[in-house]
Ligand binder design. Structure first.
Ligand SMILES: Cc1cc2nc3c(=O)[nH]c(=O)nc-3n(C[C@H](O)[C@H](O)[C@H](O)COP(=O)(O)O)c2cc1C
Length: 372
């Protein structure tokens, strides 16, 4: 199939990008990523979900999933790609992140939605700025989807960055209600996008966050007419010292889980591991755009913080099912095995998904989700 061949060929030639001038490399990769993602989302591969379902199906919040791995938010921002994810064997699919007003996202230095890859380091940068068509448009699209058994439907939402707080909170709740009416299986509250001013990008526990969680608690969680799980997503950079307080807050307010986590902005920490051939592009991107880092180097961070979260939740013993979802650097069966050894059951992937797609094509879930 065209997209599988394209991904394989691009992956082979990708390391050559480091020989291009920095701005040209970012322009080329950013345009290429958008082109490829649109085509991938529109493909209709043969259904691979059943073999996974028969060996490793699982439940979350009382619903069956074909596997415990699915895409991280930001891959299907407009609500596209459900069928391809389901047929590949994903246990769920998540649209968004969306905001109440549509957003065009970031453009700088002649690049729209800047992205860079450092393939030798297995790292990537992005500074997209939450482009999306808005909660209402994506909810309407989801309401028309033909469901695939074992592939749950989620939506990632955020309060509008830069909007006055009262209006932003109301827009967030209206969006969550629109997704509820569209029949989603769960919601993610994105509290950790580093690519828009005013979003949370590190140590998370501050007054603004507490007010948002409290508002969602009062206006969504406390008024649920059906059990619509809501999880909160923080950065992998979240301070471990704040983790227990954060989790106590989420459990007390009736949230249903946490995703750990979003991209990292700890540029100096990751810089020491960047391959020397890729250092110039890394420095160019982080100094020109900033952005969030994703990919394999996040794996120890997400493992560590998700493991701590599992231990804290075991101690807190919430009355309701509260799930820890690991995200960040997940790319292989070995990552999933390591998680299980630490009591982590659920995973999302983004950068690793594209790596696996380049290697295994539409069999990427079957290659990584081991039959147990
Ligand atoms: C291009 C790109 C766009 C992203 N957009 C979003 C987004 O809209 N919402 C969100 O919560 N996370 C977003 N993320 C973060 C991912 O969901 C994920 O948390 C992060 O990439 C770490 O996982 P990974 O190492 O498997 O890529 C985005 C990541 C990338 C690479």
């Amino acid at each position: 199939m065209f997209v599988e061949t394209l991904a394989r060929v691009e992956h082979v030639f990708r390391p050559l990008m480091s020989f291009l001038p920095d701005n040209l490399a970012v322009r080329m990769f950013s345009a290429g990523r958008t082109f490829f993602a649109e085509r991938l989302a529109a493909t209709r591969p043969a259904d691979r979900s059943v073999p996974i379902a028969s060996t490793s199906s699982s439940t979350i919040w009382g619903k069956t999933m074909n596997s415990r791995l699915w895409n991280a938010a930001g891959m299907f921002k407009k609500g596209e790609g459900y069928t391809v994810a389901a047929r590949q064997g994903a246990g769920a699919w998540v649209a968004g992140t969306t905001t109440s007003l549509p957003r065009v996202g970031n453009t700088k230095a002649g690049v729209t939605w800047p992205v860079a890859v450092y393939p030798r380091t297995r790292l990537a940068s992005n500074w997209l700025g939450l482009p999306n068509p808005g909660h209402a448009a994506v909810a309407a699209r989801i309401s028309k989807l033909e469901r695939h058994p074992g592939c749950l439907i989620g939506a990632s939402v955020s309060a509008d960055p830069g909007m006055a707080e009262t209006e932003a909170l109301q827009g967030l709740v209206d969006g969550m209600n629109a997704y509820d009416a569209a029949g989603v299986d769960y919601l993610e509250l994105n509290e950790s996008c580093p690519n828009v001013p005013g979003h949370h990008d590190g140590p998370a526990l501050d007054d603004g966050l507490i007010r948002r969680l409290e508002f969602v608690h009062q206006h969504v969680l406390a008024k649920r007419r059906r059990h619509l799980p809501v999880v909160v997503k923080f950065s992998v950079d979240t301070s471990v010292d704040q983790l227990e307080d954060l989790l106590v807050l989420l459990v007390t307010m009736g949230f249903d889980g946490v995703i750990l986590g979003n991209t990292s902005i700890a540029y100096p920490d990751h810089r020491q591991f960047v391959h020397e051939r890729e250092m110039a592009h890394y420095d160019y991107f982080t100094s020109t755009f900033g952005g969030g880092l994703s990919g394999a180097p996040l794996s120890p961070l997400s493992l560590n913080i998700a493991t701590l979260a599992v231990q804290i939740i075991e101690r807190l013993r919430p009355a309701n099912e509260f799930n820890i979802i690991r995200c960040g650097g997940v790319s292989s069966a070995a990552d999933l095995d390591e998680s299980r050894e630490h009591g982590i059951q659920f995973h999302q992937w983004y950068t690793g998904y594209y790596e696996a797609f380049a290697r295994y094509g539409h069999d990427c879930y079957r290659a990584v989700v081991s039959p147990r």
